[in-house]
Design a protein. Sequence first.
Length: 206
Amino acid sequence: MEMVREAITRQPWPDTIKGRITVGTAHRFQGDECDIMIFSPVVAKGMSERLVRWVANTHQLLNVAITRARAALHVVGDMSACFSAGGSLGDFASSVQKGISVSAEAQVTETAPEQEVADILIEMGIWHAAQYRVGNFRLDFLVVSPQGIRYDLEIDGRGHLTDEAVRADEQRDEAVKSLGLKVIRIDARLVFSRRSTVKEILLRMC
């Protein structure tokens, strides 16, 4: 933990971030919240069984660690080791694995440009779910940035170019924004002709 703290301290953080990064055990965050939490269960192959059992069965500390994030929780660790540890940690690893599987199975796109964008999102390592329902709306893609910002990513074909369609999209976008999402629209014609431009747009979402 001290090595992590020292490495972070050495970084040339901008003034808006400097002093806002906290490093500590789960006890340090009890009764507090963070915008973004990066959590490591600190369980890996080679650890003594006694230590692994202690971590796996201390459900109060695990609960504190995974419920402190306001926007985004990132878990960094050995998935198989956590799963094998059993106890509350094993249950948590199983839940995370189930979520990953559900996300992978949900990637059903409707058009060739949408599939190409899905491939780009996977290539860039950006979390997304295709044809995702939010309220009364079906999103081409729900995209969640590492900061926890949720986006409605729409890939617009020719049907979105008429005046009537533009007005309908504007009304829909306002309704989606009221649900707490940001809306990004990409012209389908760009997907194959200017792939680098699409990647730049997606990169700004991160």
